[in-house]
Design a protein around this ligand. Structure first.
Ligand SMILES: *[C@@H]1O[C@H](CO)[C@@H](O)[C@H](O)[C@H]1NC(C)=O
Ligand SMILES: *[C@@H]1O[C@H](CO)[C@@H](O)[C@H](O)[C@H]1NC(C)=O
Ligand SMILES: *[C@@H]1O[C@H](CO)[C@@H](O)[C@H](O)[C@H]1NC(C)=O
Length: 588
């Protein structure tokens, strides 16, 4: 009964959305007539038209789809395929077997989301732009205008063709909600994030287990031991960590105590079958190593501190997502059915309401796929976006690693010494992913300044030499957000010993609970893109040298080895999950 009502309600809201969309397009068309001619990119859109273009970003053999359907609200949902084309041969081709991959906005596919945000964003848009005739249109330089929902819902901006004396105010159009937001709004600084982490550790709100277990006592003991950690022994470089002695103690305790139970259930197309290539490879490598592990894995769930739900979010998409359907419900349903099955079959989920269960998943959609049934679980996710419900002290930011050859994940690691790094800043990649990259290219992409090597997709080269060499000989590697906050460039930069410059508001960097990111990376607010060069130039040489040295030291935490090694990426992921469980745990 209630369900029916809800359904009727959804139908109603959908109809409303349609109407709003139509009204919006009409208004936009009127606006377009009023705007000065140079700005009338609006006229590119014809309402009611369904257009589907094939866009080729990655070379001949792989295709990407860009779908745009102006007449339906779900059109805003459309997105270009495959994250982050930086011309890595094989990024899409190898990893995804040329399966066209439509990456979507996680929020929009979800019908439970309030639809009023669209109307709100319209209001916001018109309030903002009222009488502001120099509001410019963003258009990637030299790139065809694309109706991607991240640069839209279907309005674009340009900052004027002649260089303005003072940068015009940056306005970004994010289709997240889809809501138009000025950059200044609601951005959590790294110190805000640290504050949130410390608070959540100090007063965790996780449920107290229904009955206690031996593993619980061990968690309590571990916490005491970590909090009274002795000063650092040799081996770790203290500046890289929030508190190196706590990290070291916690890591040792993990090695001595941690037991993980892995559920055997699940459709084998989605569970237990780790994909090892492409930009979502982290989930696959973790699964592979975890399932093969003898040290941490236990067959006795009663002695486990943690329970692993071993699914691949990429396989979930590839198995159940109907391309272009914009319908993620089957994926969400599949995970929820799985969780229901686990909680009905075993007593462990109910004991803690899933708070000692964890998942490791890298797909963009994971936050929305897991926000209901799996909300209590420790979620190690690549899409670690504060705005998508990342919980400090519970969730773990999973590094996004682009693995091109699974046999040799360590190939080419390293880079030139600082004195041989002549390029100040480097970026190359798909400029159509998200709202930020067009802006980056707009400001720095016209190649007039040799210090700023900011490019679109580089020409294809064997094994991606071109791209790799740039990373190996640049001081700073720019890691702007794409559709979502994370980018494989963060780990790539570390891999090639280039200091990462992260431009991605509200992105929680990997292993945030233990690493002191500001000691080896630069964080630039999205709104400060126009000042990028000034910011980098103003970093003293000594500081750069120090950061470079630390990048080399932190590198060990970001490497996949064929067989896991101490402090490597596999162990770091497991450690962060362990650490969060220890500090979130509340005994009976
Ligand atoms: C690190 O943690 C230990 C143990 O809680 C504490 O004694 C020490 O003061 C901390 N060090 C820093 C640098 O915060
Ligand atoms: C756990 O709780 C759910 C919901 O309350 C219930 O359906 C399920 O049977 C419980 N599981 C076990 C093993 O008792
Ligand atoms: C692009 O290049 C011109 C010189 O050709 C320069 O004056 C201008 O500032 C550059 N544009 C931007 C936005 O930096």
């Amino acid at each position: 009964m209630g369900f029916k009502l809800l359904k009727a309600f959804h139908v109603e809201t959908r109809r409303l959305l349609w109407l709003t969309g139509l009204v919006f397009i009409t208004v936009v068309l009127f606006q377009c007539i009023e705007l000065p001619k140079g700005n009338s990119l609006w006229s590119m859109f014809s309402p009611g038209e369904v257009s589907e273009q094939k866009v080729n970003f990655f070379g001949k053999n792989s295709t990407s789809y860009l779908v745009s359907n102006m007449s339906s609200p779900s059109a805003v949902n459309s997105k270009i395929v495959s994250e982050d084309g930086n011309n890595f041969s094989g990024r899409v081709d190898e990893g995804r077997n040329n399966v066209p991959f439509i990456s979507e906005n996680p929020e929009l596919g979800n019908t439970t989301k309030s639809n009023s945000s669209f109307t709100e964003s319209l209001k916001e848009y018109f309030a903002l732009h009222k009488g502001n005739s120099n509001l410019a249109l963003i258009k990637p330089l030299g790139a065809p205008l694309v109706l991607s929902h991240d640069v839209a819902p279907n309005f674009s901006m340009e900052f004027g063709t002649s260089a303005p004396p003072a940068p015009p105010p940056l306005v970004h159009v994010s289709a997240k909600n889809p809501r138009l937001t000025v950059f200044e709004k609601e951005v959590l600084s790294l110190s805000d994030m640290s504050e949130a982490l410390i608070q959540n550790f100090a007063s965790p709100s996780t449920m107290i287990p229904r009955w206690s277990s031996k593993a619980d006592e061990e968690l309590v003991l571990a916490k005491q031991l970590i909090e009274s950690a002795p000063p650092l022994k040799d081996g770790l470089y203290a500046a890289l960590y929030r508190n190196a002695s706590m990290f070291q103690r916690s890591y040792e305790l993990m090695e001595q105590m941690l037991k993980v139970y892995i559920y055997k259930e699940g459709d084998t197309r989605i569970f237990h079958r780790p994909p090892l290539l492409g930009i979502y490879a982290s989930e696959g490598w973790f699964m592979k190593h975890m399932e093969a592990n003898r040290h941490f894995v236990t067959k006795k769930p009663k002695e486990a501190h943690l329970f692993y739900l071993p699914f691949s979010s990429l396989q979930l998409e590839e198995t159940l997502y109907v391309p272009k359907s914009h319908d993620r419900k089957p994926l969400i349903q599949h995970l929820e059915d799985y969780a229901d099955m686990i909680s009905a079959k075993y007593p462990f989920w109910n004991r803690t309401e899933g708070t000692d269960h964890f998942l490791v998943a890298c797909h963009d959609w994971v936050p929305s796929e897991t926000k209901r049934q799996m909300a209590n679980c420790i979620r190690a996710i690549c899409n670690s976006d504060v705005k998508e419900g990342f919980k400090f002290g519970k969730d773990v930011s999973l590094p996004e690693t682009n693995v091109r050859k699974s046999q040799n994940s360590l190939r080419d690691v390293g880079g030139k010494p600082p004195s041989k790094r002549k390029t100040l800043a480097f970026y190359a990649g798909n400029t159509l992913h998200g709202y930020l990259r067009p802006i980056l290219l707009q400001y720095w992409g016209n190649n007039t300044d040799p210090d700023m090597q900011i490019h679109g997709t580089l020409p294809r080269s064997k094994d991606n030499r071109n791209y790799i060499n740039y990373m190996k000989r640049s001081k700073y590697c720019i890691c702007p957000r794409g559709y979502e906050v994370n980018s494989p460039r963060v780990v790539e930069a570390i891999f090639f010993e280039c200091v990462p410059v992260i431009i991605s508001d509200n992105f929680v960097p990997p292993f945030f609970e233990t690493l002191n990111w500001e000691s080896f990376a630069v964080f630039v607010a999205e709104k400060d893109v126009p000042n990028l060069k000034n910011i980098l130039v103003s970093i003293p040489k000594k500081t750069f040298l120090q950061m470079h040295m630390r990048v080399k030291k932190v590198q060990q935490h970001f490497l996949w080895h064929p067989k896991p090694l101490k402090y490597d990426l596999f162990h770091m992921i497991l450690h962060s999950i362990w650490y969060n469980r220890v500090f979130q745990f509340r005994p009976r």
